[in-house]
Ligand binder design. Structure first.
Ligand SMILES: CCC(=O)NCCS(=O)(=O)O
Length: 349
């Protein structure tokens, strides 16, 4: 048994699982997303370079990835700190910060935010999608990748002594690349060694979540302690969703607050509204999955912050929970989704 067994590892050290409280299992507090810039539509070039102003907010919400400055959440630490204080006031306890290598993880900033706000923050080990893997990363063996991920959890990451409390978000594209497959196998090996929580970012295809789970499974990963993120934009057919749910991972709806007409990363996808997300949660609860559901906002661009007219980190607590209750989801089920399920996922075996 390790010192982590039965505990949760935050950026300020180990805590008891009961200390977590209400938990957003997929957020970013500081990161940069230049890797995923989408050129603006013809005619929108001026909007894409204009300073962020009230009159441009709607365009920004519809085209968040076409404005380079909007992709730099790491410039907004003061605003994020204010938001975390509001999150605490609204009853929030913990944030799982999913920034991994490739999108500018900054552990000292996470530690300072946790100290300044009293919100428990967990950091993520491992690597984002292939497009951000360095040449050095791409050349690594599964064994080397495993050693690095294990060390990020046991000793600290990025040259600091700040330890990660989850592996992920581990990035995958569609189709999953060879480098991403190695990282998935290393994730499974590290999880076997550590007994820790894992969280996966699937490629933008309905087959992507199951394929990532199969690779983890074949490498010995513990799927019952693994979260599949971004199901909001991945699997739409209810039958296919239930087939995926049977594989046994946690099912995460983590794009609450994102309502856009054209999802520029995949124009075939109609991004659901928050009301539709609540309907899907109610459906999965009816089908017996209330112990496997997790929710979050996945804030990763400036426009999602209240400073820029966005919904902020408290949207779920302030607006979505009342909506869930009004749609027949019970308080006990809400508490499972926000408190009990995150607690079980985040506790080391
Ligand atoms: C780093 C943040 C991230 O990957 N968010 C997911 C966005 S999406 O793929 O669901 O559009």
């Amino acid at each position: 048994m390790s010192e982590r067994s039965g505990k949760v590892q935050t950026v300020l050290g180990l805590i008891e699982p009961d200390q977590l409280g209400r938990t957003m299992t997929h957020e970013h507090l500081t990161m940069a997303f230049e890797c995923c810039h989408v050129p603006p539509a013809p005619g929108d070039e001026d909007l894409a370079t204009a300073p962020i102003k009230m009159k441009n907010i709607h365009w920004l919400q519809q085209n968040p990835y076409s404005h380079k400055e909007n992709l730099l959440l790491n410039q907004e630490t003061e605003a994020v700190k204010e938001e975390l204080l509001c999150y605490r006031k609204a009853g929030g306890g913990t944030i799982v910060e999913n920034t991994t290598t490739g999108i500018h993880r900054n552990l000292p900033v996470l530690r300072q935010l946790a100290k300044d706000t009293g919100v428990h923050v967990l950091a993520g080990a491992g690597y984002y999608v292939d497009a951000t893997h360095s040449d050095e990363t791409k050349k690594m063996t599964v064994e080397k990748l495993t050693d690095i991920i294990v060390s990020e959890v046991l000793h600290g990451a990025d040259g600091t002594d700040i330890r990660c409390g989850v592996i992920g978000e581990i990035g995958t594209s569609w189709p999953i690349t060879e480098s991403e497959k190695k990282v998935l196998r290393a994730t499974a090996h590290a999880q076997t060694h550590l007994g820790c929580p894992v969280i996966i970012h699937p490629g933008r295809n309905k087959a992507a979540p199951a394929e990532a789970i199969r690779i983890l499974q074949e490498a010995g990963g513990d799927i019952s302690k693994t979260v599949m993120s971004h199901l909001d934009r991945s699997i739409f057919d209810h039958g296919e969703l239930l087939e995926f749910a049977k594989m046994g991972s946690y099912l995460e709806y983590d794009l609450f607050g994102t309502e856009m007409l054209n999802y520029t990363f995949n124009l075939d996808v109609d991004m659901p509204s928050d009301s539709q997300r609540v309907q899907i949660l109610a459906f999965l609860i009816k089908e017996g999955y209330e112990d496997r559901l997790l929710i979050a906002h996945d804030i990763h661009t400036k426009n999602r912050l209240t400073k820029y007219g966005g919904h902020g980190y408290s949207h779920i607590l302030k607006n979505i929970v009342p909506k869930m209750l009004s749609r027949g989801i019970t308080q006990n089920q809400v508490d499972k989704i926000l408190i009990d399920n995150p607690k079980h996922w985040l506790t080391f075996k």
